[in-house]
Design a protein. Structure first.
Length: 144
């Protein structure tokens, strides 16, 4: 998110995202035309906004000011999809540590419930089988 560039970071630490969470969230972002916004049920006024470059927890009652953000994903030149992905976790608020674990778990649960991996299909123009990704509320299939 472009707004993060100009904001001072309270603290930054290198961290890793599990491959399961990263792959699930990345597939949802690829198949969405806009950033995904998920409210955190147990934290009022806190949402997680997920786009291709960053995952940011924001305070929606304070002009979407960031609380914590995962940025600089080391997904380039990946040689295995089952290994954790390194990134940087930026803290913008003193209570960001409490929000960060809840946010990733909430996003994972939400995307698991609302997006499902469809069975393998054969496309007429494809030479091999490809997995497809679809939402449960949408009948359109996306091949990835």
């Amino acid at each position: 998110m472009y707004r993060l560039i100009d904001l001072p970071v309270y603290s930054a630490t290198p961290t890793a995202i599990t491959a399961e969470q990263f792959n699930l969230i990345r597939r949802a972002v690829i198949n969405s035309s806009q950033p995904i916004r998920i409210p955190l049920n147990n934290l009022t006024h806190v949402d997680i906004i997920i786009d291709k470059d960053s995952w940011v927890c924001v305070d929606n009652s304070n002009n979407d000011s960031p609380i914590v953000a995962w940025v600089n994903f080391e997904s380039q030149h990946r040689d295995a999809i089952h290994t954790p992905i390194g990134c940087t976790k930026n803290y913008y608020h003193f209570a960001a540590g409490k929000v960060s674990a809840t946010a990733l778990q909430t996003a994972t649960n939400y995307l698991t419930e609302n997006f499902a991996t469809a069975p393998v299909c054969q496309l007429p123009v494809a030479r091999k089988h490809k997995k497809v990704w679809q939402t449960r509320t949408d009948s359109q299939l996306f091949c990835i």
